[in-house]
Design a protein around this ligand. Structure first.
Ligand code: FMN
Length: 152
């Protein structure tokens, strides 16, 4: 039986959703049994069926989305292999800075030690509220291929 992995995401502009999809794709290709879950559709998401969790979300106005911060409080995440990705504007220029600024403090606050955590380039807010797509799918694919070798 392949190990079952949940790729859970919460996205507003679509970048984390896109990354969730390609990450799920790569993990599936590596032989995992992958379920992709949009937190918006999951009222009471049971995590017991999954042997590992990949979680992705975004950040706006200096704050990781509230639904995502609430999800990261779940106690089950302390007992399973976890990997986290973040879509961010800052990550377009400086992924490490975005990870240090938004992800690391949040994960530390929750006592989480993911096996991998990454910030990936997201949608850049432009004039008139338009979002410019600066996502880089290949970065997420490479990250997921690396993750596939470390997950379990
Ligand atoms: C109103 C607004 C505020 C934003 N604020 C930040 C920010 O403070 N820091 C940052 O790195 N990116 C910021 N961004 C860029 C988002 O992180 C980016 O759009 C990312 O794709 C969000 O993830 P999502 O598309 O999955 O919702 C902002 C975007 C918008 C639209």
């Amino acid at each position: 039986m392949p190990e079952s992995v949940a790729v859970v995401y919460f996205s507003k502009g679509g970048a984390a959703a896109r990354y969730a999809s390609v990450i799920a794709d790569e993990l599936g290709a590596a032989g995992y049994d992958v379920t992709t879950i949009d937190l918006r559709d999951a009222r009471r998401l049971a995590l017991e069926p999954y042997s590992a969790i990949v979680f992705g979300t975004g950040v706006r106005i200096g704050m990781v989305y509230w639904r995502a911060r609430r999800f990261l409080k779940r106690k089950e995440l302390l007992d399973k292999p976890l990997a986290v990705f973040l879509a961010s504007g800052i990550a377009i220029e400086d992924p490490d800075k975005a990870r240090r600024k938004f992800l690391d403090p949040l994960l530390a606050k929750r006592g989480l030690q993911p096996i991998m955590a990454v910030a990936l380039p997201g949608m850049l807010p432009g004039s008139g509220g338009k979002l410019e797509d600066r996502t880089e799918e290949e970065k997420a694919r490479a990250w997921a291929r690396d993750l596939a070798t470390r997950l379990l």
